[in-house]
Design a protein around this ligand. Structure first.
Ligand code: BMA
Length: 309
């Protein structure tokens, strides 16, 4: 296996605090001043998701804060049912966090394609932070779309900012001059029937650069609603060009913490950092835990060199 599960897994789990006693999962990951920060989605005594913060010296053992560091603004109609699934990217020394704002349409509204039961309304929002404790809200960035799984590239490409987003069931790229207004949307990856990612896909960890291309660790879902992780390799100058894609999943829900939780059978990659030639891939497990898998840069580059579209 290319990705090795860390023996300390899961690295984060529910605590006895009221706002996170049911689940702590799907985290953004970032490194700052030699420390690893995980901004994670938490669920507790009410159905709202909030974002908690965990900090570590070694990327494995985490200390946490007693209160969430970011919550949905109850006065904001987009966020009134909470904030979910953050991803963080450092651009020019500032961390930008994309997150899903959750609310619900009027009952008469047609249900968005990926929504079950209630007509859930999701919008992707952006916030900026220097320390992961205080945030400057920048608002909704994809205004007309029930979107999720938005990851920013860590540098401009062709003079513009770039992101990946998920218009169900595909992954798209889009470009922007100012991080707020996004244009030139292009579909780049679709589910592949009869593969591990045959039902729907979404970006996972923010893409990172290697000499072989941008590496996107994404999630794919099969027809049994199993969430798995794989890699897409994208052209450095034109990220809408796909160079290769994992023929087999790199993480399949197998361990108890991946198979049993608020939602069973979920490996949901959401953050990656590099330390001393090793990539640390953080993933949500069964919508209850944060787990960690590692891969050496050398093994990753060997794998990427053999990927085909
Ligand atoms: C997706 C997202 C994730 C979640 C996953 C599996 O639609 O909502 O937050 O981890 O489903 O339940």
């Amino acid at each position: 296996m290319l990705f090795r599960r860390h023996p300390a897994n899961p690295v984060l789990g529910p605590s006895d605090l009221w706002w996170e006693y049911k689940a702590t999962f799907n985290c953004a990951a970032a490194e700052k001043d030699g420390r690893v920060y995980l901004l994670y989605r938490a669920i507790g005594d009410d159905p709202l998701s909030r974002l908690g913060l965990a900090v570590s010296e070694d990327g494995v053992n985490f200390e946490r804060y007693d209160l969430p560091v970011f919550e949905g603004d109850p006065e904001n109609p987009w966020e009134r049912l909470g904030v979910e699934d953050p991803r963080a990217t450092c651009l020019d020394g500032t961390f930008y966090v994309t997150y899903v704002a959750a609310s619900v349409y009027p009952a008469s509204h047609p249900r968005p394609a990926f929504s079950f039961g209630a007509p859930w309304r999701t919008r992707v929002c952006l916030a900026a932070t220097d320390d992961f404790q205080t945030y400057r809200r920048m608002g909704v960035i994809l205004p007309d779309s029930d979107n999720k799984d938005v990851v920013l590239f860590p540098e401009k490409i062709g003079g513009r900012y770039c992101l990946m987003h998920r218009e169900y069931p595909d992954i798209w790229v889009a470009f922007s001059e100012d991080l707020i207004h996004w244009m030139d949307h292009r579909r780049i990856l679709s589910p592949r029937p009869d593969y591990w990612d045959g039902n729907r896909i979404g970006a996972g960890a923010p893409p990172f650069k290697t000499e072989l291309g941008w590496v996107e660790i994404y999630h794919g879902v099969d027809d049994n609603r199993r969430y798995m992780a794989g890699i897409a390799l994208l052209d450095l100058e034109d990220p809408s060009r796909v160079i290769g894609r994992s023929p087999e999943p790199l993480l399949v829900p197998e361990e108890p913490y991946e198979r049993e939780g608020l939602v069973p059978n979920v490996c949901f990659p959401s953050g990656v950092i590099e330390r001393d030639g090793v990539f640390y891939v953080y993933y949500g497990a069964a919508d209850r835990y944060v787990a960690l898998a590692t891969v050496s840069k050398k093994d990753l580059l060997d794998y990427l060199a053999h990927l085909r579209e």
